[in-house]
Design a binder for this molecule. Sequence first.
Ligand code: ME8
Length: 516
Amino acid sequence: MSKKTFYITTPIYYPSGNAHIGHAYSTVAADVIARFKRLVGFDVVFLTGMDEHGQKIELTAKDKKVTPQELVDNISSKFEKLWKILNISNDQFIRTTSNFHKKAVKKIFTLLKSKQKIYKGFYKGWYCTPCEAFWTETQLDENYKCPDCKRDVKLTKDEAYFFKLSEYSDKILQLYEKNKNFIKPASRLNEMINFVENGLEDLCISRTSFSWGIKVPNDEKHVIYVWLDALTNYITALGYMSDNNRKFESYWPADLHIVGKEIVRFHAVIWPAILMALDLPLPKKIFGHGWWLTKDSSKMSKSKGDVIDPAYLCKKYSVDAVRYFLLRQVPFGTDGTFSFEAFFKRLNSDLANDLGNLVFRLISMIERYFQGKLPEQKEAEEKDKILIHSLVSAHKKVAYNIERLSFSLALKEIFKLVTACNKYIDDTAPWKLLENKNKNIRLATILYNLCESLRIISLLLYPFMPDTSCKIRKQLTIDKTINWEDAKRFGLFKASIPITKQEVIFPRIYLEKEKL
Ligand code: ME8
């Protein structure tokens, strides 16, 4: 029987500055889901990439005295490197300047036009260049600024192509009604219902004020609106409108689009309308996550100075510390403020003290009491059974929370096990047993139970912290194969294989020594 497929995407990123932890957020979250789905047997396609057209890029390139292509080549390669540093397991990396994408977008435009979903008219409206978004007068804020980024907007009147978005209000409301999971979390669904209920206007989908973009077929003075170009990446990446659409047939519709909250509107309104117009199936879920804010409570943004570079954090404090912090610190749907104090606190308490120390204590005891070779012992005492029960039942809670994108709760469940193991060591006090030779069996059993606990913890941690999971397994000489099913069973740890202490997995951070 062929495997069930799972198609997950992140937004494609604008190459107009350095990446910051806000970008890493969508991608790390998607990586956790992709890794988890692969573990539980799905055939996964995980797509990320770059959104490389638009006026903003043309202007930045001019400013920097390079061509737009040089600019996007340079920044896209930095993003690609960042995903490697962050251990992102994407299967594809799309760039909207790729020929295959440009060709497919032109065909999509032509198809929509032939279906009379696109027409030519005049556009008069307020344009926000940084957001690449047009606003009607009523949508502007009280100071006539962009309602999203609060920056200046420009009044524009132009001949332009329009997409008949206004035809789709009812169909989109029906979609929300029928599929309650289409937009998550629920608060974002309510925002979208209000937005669509106010009525949708036709969408201007071409520009003549700049040239860095995909040209409208047979009318080359018009460039296709960057959001039409960008959104369709999710299908062109799979070969839609190409000579080989096998992947598209197998993986579309997407199971999950992960996006930041400010672009839910594009994904939950415009994108389904385009797909409906193309007679294509709709994605199953759109999750709008919250923002990382700077200390002054504004959105961390590459056009502002105060950004945190994830590559720097990974290099200095380890990739898994960053992955852990991003997903543990705040629930995925809400905003969070990044501070080094909070980052170090998490690192020290959860990773260095609780998890790191558990691994270190256990291996030290195996070395000291059994010269690194634990005898095979498995008889459980009553007090062990409580620990064993919490271990073998954890996978359900972890899986449930990952599926709901409640990453913080999933990690909390895993770290409850870490705490339980540390408590088990304190309660059973293995060092006291050593004085009595007859009690060596009990001592070995306690240490065996702890090895087994760490084996299960390493499995549950794998989607979040693949490096750490492997380090723990290596230290305990556990087979490298990560098999989720093995998290459901206690007693698989193979004793009698020599274990030796290696590097400390999470060294403590001393705030006073850090130069920030
Ligand atoms: O929006 N906190 O690209 P982008 C959390 N090209 N997430 C943040 C963030 C922050 N401070 N700053 C940015 C685009 N993001 C389009 C997408 S998809 C067809 C086209 C998130 O580079 C943001 O919410 O401006 C978005 O999900 C992603 O980074 C890319 O932002």
